[in-house]
Design a protein around this ligand. Structure first.
Ligand code: FE2
Length: 141
């Protein structure tokens, strides 16, 4: 069983975003597996970079979407993304300085944050979209 598994409960009703969330889960699983295999520092660093880059891309497309639909909680939502980004940056700095004891807290943080964020905050814009009968264009923002 993967470290993180995307199931229907995580759907926000926007195909493009659901697809991105699935990929985010996959990258976290890839990092988790790399830690467990005891991959070397450069491999781990590369995997974390990829994950951080993807997170930035995903947050940007979500924020574009929220701007497009004039989501009232936009600023709070952006703040949550920023806090995640800052936290991951902190972990990257620690790994760069050779502190590999942080791998378990890092993986736990990512898992808890992502599932909590989707089920708590992303679901709020999902409800907003549904309640206001907003149709999302194919690009997903
Ligand atoms: Fe989000």
């Amino acid at each position: 069983m993967p470290f993180m598994e995307w199931t229907g409960q995580f759907s926000v009703g926007v195909d493009a975003i659901d697809g991105q969330h699935r990929h985010f889960f996959t990258l976290i699983n890839t990092l988790h597996a790399a830690f467990h295999r005891g991959e070397g520092e450069s491999e781990l660093r590369q995997t974390i970079e990829e994950l951080a880059d993807y997170a930035a891309f995903h947050f940007q497309s979500e924020e574009n979407l929220l701007r497009e639909i004039k989501f009232p909680l936009m600023l709070n939502h952006e703040d949550e993304h920023k806090r995640f980004t800052a936290k991951i940056q902190g972990f990257r700095d620690k790994l760069s300085s050779g502190n590999f004891a942080i791998t378990v807290p890092l993986m736990d943080f990512m898992k808890q944050w992502l599932s909590g964020h989707i089920l708590g905050s992303d679901k709020k814009y999902a409800d907003f979209i549904a309640e206001n009968h907003i149709s999302i264009n194919a690009s997903g923002g």
